[in-house]
Design a protein around this ligand. Structure first.
Ligand SMILES: *Cc1c(COP(=O)(O)O)cnc(C)c1O
Length: 437
């Protein structure tokens, strides 16, 4: 915890913090960004690591296709559509009096198969990797074998003797729980107070043990980690420090590159790509941004978006204190309807990895997210959960701030929609109704 003297010192040094304390929507441009080549040299994660993750997901594709038939049309590859949203672009232009000259695209992770959020990338990857490690150790498979075998009883019998645990605000729990239960693991999800009831119900239906905490996300993670540490056969999915989660997310970079190519959208020195990613603990947006930097280098500009009440990554980045501060240190309450982003301390691993690669961070009020939720439903008939709208003010923010090339007609703005398709209809109707008239 920072004391009052330290908080006052930071406020004096960085006046933007004063605005953040008053819950204002702010944009911060990262002064520590470097060329992509230099930035990548400073990290312990490499292109080879991401390729290894991509190859592993390909090995598992026959299994995924077999146990999740909704992935048949993509041959067992878990991927989401990239959608042009011209009506939304027009609506944003008139509502925010800010014309977007370039293209506006939506990366629809809300429609990812299996768990309907960005967590279907990293979360599922980490469980598959753990299952593969165990299966190879027990000589049930080799990397050259047919992974459809993972659906066979001898694999399930092996995994039933192993435990998996995770702490989650909801969506990570869904992804880890569904995938682990499908493979046959004994899985426990530790959930924070802000996790939605329907998520707990859905997990219990699938045979997942759910432990509930009255406190926020950090407490659920801490307790989950403590209980898992006491059991040698338990694998704890560490949202705050996991390299595997990060690598699973990072595979998105090459996938988006292919999708942009398929739609003849050029990204080069004269055609910049701006990407806006909702940020909670940081693994999802950090991994995706990392993968995008590998794919597009200096021609992609990545921004993290957080609720005005929970800007943990932004505070960690601008002070350089990363996971050594919590939003509560600055008098913020971490209360937001964007439950996927309700995180009081961000990942230090992600913050430090992204320090030389991230273009900036901004905040968004809950009321703005609800307003945009309704606007997107009305204009494009796409329904997202509140967290997933955080990226949508990105183009307006960078254009208004006169960020270089942001208002070029050659620019592509890609808003990462992080979740929504699992939300029950009744819940979605409540979200829709939250938009102010
Ligand atoms: C988890 C989540 C995020 C952010 O991912 P982190 O890895 O926590 O930063 C954003 N949107 C939704 C819907 C999420 O579930």
């Amino acid at each position: 915890m920072l004391n009052t003297t330290e908080v006052n010192k930071w406020k004096k040094k960085l006046p933007l913090i004063e605005n953040m304390i008053h819950h204002e929507e702010v944009l911060w441009l990262n002064p520590l960004i470097e060329s992509t080549a230099t930035g990548l040299r400073k990290t312990s994660v490499t292109l080879a690591d991401v390729q290894d993750a991509s190859d592993r997901l390909k090995r598992f594709a026959p299994y995924i296709e077999c146990v999740f038939p909704e992935t048949k049309k993509s041959n067992g590859i878990i991927e989401s559509p990239l959608t042009s949203i011209p009506q939304m672009k027009e609506a944003i232009g008139s509502e925010y009096k800010t014309l977007i000259s370039g293209k506006l695209l939506l990366k629809q992770d809300n429609a990812l198969p299996i768990s309907g959020s960005i967590k279907a990338r990293g979360g599922i990857y980490e469980i598959l990797k753990h299952a593969e490690t165990l299966a190879i150790e027990h000589r049930l498979i080799t990397p050259e074998g047919n992974y459809a075998k993972f659906a066979e009883p001898e694999f399930k019998n092996l995994f039933a003797k192993h435990k998996i645990a995770v702490g989650s605000t909801g969506n990570l729990g869904l992804s880890i729980g569904i995938m682990s239960a499908k493979l046959g693991f004994n899985v426990t999800v530790h959930m924070s107070a802000d996790a939605k009831q329907w998520k707990k119900d859905l997990l219990r239906e699938k045979g997942v043990a759910v432990v509930e905490y009255a406190e926020d996300y950090s407490k659920a993670v801490e307790e989950g980690r403590r209980q898992a540490d006491a059991e040698p056969s338990c694998h704890f999915v560490d949202d705050e420090n996991s390299r595997d989660l990060f690598l699973g997310y990072a595979v998105a970079g090459e996938r988006v590159a292919t999708q942009l190519k398929e739609r003849d959208t050029v990204v080069d020195e004269d055609h910049p790509l701006f990407v806006y990613l909702p940020c909670g603990v940081g693994g999802g947006p950090g991994g995706v941004a990392f993968g995008l930097k590998l794919a597009f280098g200096d021609n992609v500009y990545c921004f993290f978006a957080e609720p005005t009440h929970s800007p943990s990554m932004m505070l960690g980045m601008i002070t350089g204190l990363h996971d050594r501060i919590a939003v509560q240190d600055f008098g913020l309450d971490n209360k937001t309807a964007a439950d996927g982003l309700a995180v009081s301390t961000a990942s230090g691993f992600v913050g430090k990895t992204m320090e030389p690669l991230l273009s900036g961070c901004y905040t968004i009020a809950d009321s703005t997210m609800f307003h945009l939720l309704k606007l997107l439903a009305d204009t494009e008939d796409i329904r997202l959960e509140p967290s997933a709208l955080a990226g949508m003010t990105g183009p307006v923010n960078v254009i208004r701030d006169n960020v270089k090339d942001a208002n070029s007609a050659n620019a592509t703005h890609l808003v990462w929609a992080t979740g929504g398709s699992m939300v029950p209809e009744s819940e979605m109707a409540l979200y829709y109704g939250m938009a102010r008239k």
